[in-house]
Design a protein around this ligand. Structure first.
Ligand code: ADP
Length: 681
């Protein structure tokens, strides 16, 4: 049937070629056959319509696309209305448009989905290009059909991918914005939380979000920020298996809890983890769609960011609190605090330092330490060269409380006690140092008054006590006649008591001159061994009374020490005298020597009562007497060892003791060796 149409069309268009023109007819037939062959072999489906839109011919390709069915003889628009065909357009409107366009000889493209007659077979997506075909009586058409299913699928996929990419890029921007939250909001956690809540709500498309933080005091998770003012989220939950936040916090792993019933809400919770420490959790609910792995991933990213912010904020608040405390100390303390860098330049200077030096902080900062904290001798010579700050910086040593005379910028002087200590960085390197300057001017003045008083009283006592001693010894030597036994006995006791008072007065005078700095040492190279020989001789009789032997152990020649002879003798007498006093009868007191580095160490050992560990510190203190049967019996002031210690130290030496109760003691003191001189033979 379709053949006749084409034929007719061909014959109509060439009407003048009348019957006899067989060649022409033959040509036309060949052409028609060729066209038909092209049509049958075309890759695309083809439909030919006549002027009434009736399908006159289809090709094999079309029939395949149409599930093997032919539609020749059908009204093409009826075909489009067939239930198996789902056009992508408003058909009625489209049909009108199509008709118009065909009339005016224009191409039109239509899209439709065509399903096969068998159920459950896939749909074909067809693109139909409708081209008008001019005929004498009107306009027919050729429709070129192409299966664009694959193309459409690809396009849909591409579309989805583009959408996804768009979503990801939006998420990325949002996440980047979240990262910048701290630079915008500083360390105000509440604001940061609020900002996070609104971002999460946008990103995860959920309306109910709460940030729970762990509260150590209650050991619970407490809501710190939330989008829900109602009871959708609990305000505090315990750590445990019975609730999602608790489970996630303890397990340190995010969890989705998608609801099984439609009415129950979906939920997702992620831990806020900083390294391996869980700080809290974020709970998200209120979405109709179930949560998936992508949501989890996003939430974990967000929680990670939040963890860093929370940790930083905590650290910041902690450091800030410490800084505030330190600043309060720095500003309001009475003690001067001067901080210097590793080039000995001042970098910190508190108001108390200004009081002491009369330099304002801005004048002091940046200056050399010794220019501002100027220490001088009593004569006014600068001690800058001796300043221990270099030692503090170089050796990381702490130098405690040395008494120093400080000169302010106007030449005014104040007695101070200065401690220096290094400041280390986390790697243990000294980066700077700190000097604490305490004003002890008042203490010194009080001490001076006290010591002046003692010195005056002692002086006043010394003369009459000496006179009493003189007269008593004359009486006891019977210069004024015979004494009966009782008189002798009591006068002898008066004599001894008087002697004790003389000793006390001597000690007090020593203490006051040492403490007021009036004591002047004439330090010379001395042979300690010759002095010890004299001391031993002097005290031998005392030892003899208790049958105590004094023994000097000297193996090698000894180096000379740098010392004041009178004071060195005083030190030795005191220590040997104590050793005898606190020894059991019939024992030995041994004196020995040892060279140790730049020092000569002298040791005085006894096998007497000894000292308990707890009292070891006390014995070098002023009036540091320890009561035991022997000390009661031997009497004493408790000033001896204090004086000895101060004397040894003013020689630049050290003194220490080791002892065991009931077994004896060993007092050792070290004095600097006079190096520059040759050793004595
Ligand atoms: P004192 O005048 O009491 O001897 P010191 O200052 O010389 O004062 O000694 C203080 C205290 O140290 C004494 O009371 C004594 O208990 C203790 N002490 C000193 N030397 C010895 C020693 N060699 N053995 C045991 N105890 C000692």
């Amino acid at each position: 049937m379709s053949d006749t149409r084409v034929q007719r069309k061909a014959s109509q268009s060439r009407q003048p070629a009348s019957d006899g023109n067989t060649v022409e007819l033959e040509n036309l037939r060949r052409e028609r056959d060729r066209l038909l062959a092209i049509m049958e072999n075309a890759n695309n489906g083809l439909i030919v319509l006549d002027t009434k839109h009736i399908v006159t011919r289809t090709n094999q390709q079309f029939r395949e696309l149409n599930g093997g069915k032919d539609i020749v003889g059908w009204d093409f628009f009826k075909y489009l209305h067939h239930p198996r065909v789902a056009p992508y357009v408003n058909l009625d409107m489209e049909i009108d448009r199509l008709k118009q366009r065909l009339e005016s000889g224009q191409h039109t493209t239509l899209y439709a989905e065509v399903s096969h007659p068998e159920p459950d077979t896939e749909m074909h997506r067809l693109q139909m290009i409708v081209s008008p075909l001019s005929e004498i009586e009107g306009t027919g058409a050729v429709i070129n059909l192409q299966d664009v299913s694959a193309l459409v699928e690809k396009t849909v996929e591409a579309n989805e991918m583009a959408q996804k990419a768009q979503r990801h890029s939006r998420e990325l921007t949002e996440l980047t914005e979240l990262a910048e939250v701290s630079s915008i909001y500083g360390f105000r956690l509440e604001t940061i939380f609020q900002r996070y809540l609104s971002k999460i709500s946008g990103l995860i498309d959920s309306s109910l979000i709460s940030v729970y933080m762990y509260q150590p005091s209650t050991q619970r998770l407490v809501v710190r920020a939330t989008t829900t003012q109602f009871n959708e989220h609990e305000k505090a939950v315990s750590l445990g298996d019975d609730n999602l936040p608790g489970r996630v916090f303890v397990g340190k792993r995010s969890q989705i809890e998608n609801a099984e019933t439609a009415s129950a809400p979906h939920a997702v919770a992620v831990p806020i983890l900083f390294h391996s420490k869980t700080l809290g959790i974020i709970l998200v609910t209120g979405r109709k769609r179930a949560y998936d792995n992508h949501d989890l991933k996003l939430m974990n990213l967000i929680a990670g960011r939040l963890a860093v912010l929370v940790e930083n904020a905590t650290l910041y608040h902690d450091v800030n609190a410490r800084r505030e405390r330190w600043e309060a100390v720095f500003r309001f303390t009475d003690e001067g605090i001067v901080i210097f860098d590793n080039k000995t330049k001042i970098v910190g200077f508190n108001p108390a330092s200004t009081n002491l030096t009369k330099f304002a902080a801005n004048e002091a900062i940046g200056q050399q330490f010794t220019k501002i904290v100027k220490t001088v001798t009593a004569e006014g010579l600068s001690l800058a060269a001796l300043s221990p700050i270099k030692q503090v910086l170089a050796e990381g040593k702490t130098i405690t409380k040395s008494e120093q005379l400080l000169e302010d910028r106007h030449g005014g002087r104040t007695w101070t006690e200065i401690s220096y200590s290094p400041i280390f960085d986390s790697a243990g390197r000294v980066t700077s140092g700190i000097a604490i300057v305490r004003n002890i001017q008042k203490d010194r003045e009080v001490e001076e008054v006290k010591s002046d008083f003692i010195s005056i009283v002692s002086h006043e006592l010394r003369t009459p006590l000496s006179a009493i001693k003189g007269f008593l010894s004359m009486i006891l030597q019977k210069d004024f006649g015979e004494l009966n036994d009782k008189q002798f006995h009591y006068l002898n006791r008066v004599y001894q008591s008087n002697q004790r008072m003389i000793d006390l007065v001597e000690d007090l005078l020593d203490v006051s001159s040492i403490e007021s700095g009036k004591i002047k040492l004439a330090q010379n190279p001395l042979a300690l061994e010759s002095i010890i020989t004299e001391v031993v001789t002097e005290l031998a009789s005392k030892g003899f009374e208790k049958q105590i032997t004094l023994k000097v152990n000297r193996k090698n020649r000894l180096p000379l020490v740098l010392a004041d002879e009178t004071r060195l003798r005083q030190i030795l007498v005191n220590l040997v005298d104590n050793a005898i006093k606190y020894s059991f009868p019939k024992s030995e007191v041994v004196i020995d020597f040892k060279v140790q580095g730049d020092e000569l160490v002298t040791g005085i050992s006894d096998t007497g009562v000894g000292i308990t560990a707890s009292q070891m510190d006390r014995i070098f203190q002023k009036f540091g007497r320890i009561y035991n049967p022997m000390s009661v019996q031997s009497g004493g002031t408790g000033l001896g060892l204090y004086i000895v210690k101060r004397l040894v130290e003013s020689h630049g030496g050290r003194i220490w003791v080791s002892s065991r109760e009931g077994r004896g003691s060993r007092f050792s003191f070290a004095l600097p060796i006079a190096k520059q001189l040759p050793l004595l033979e």
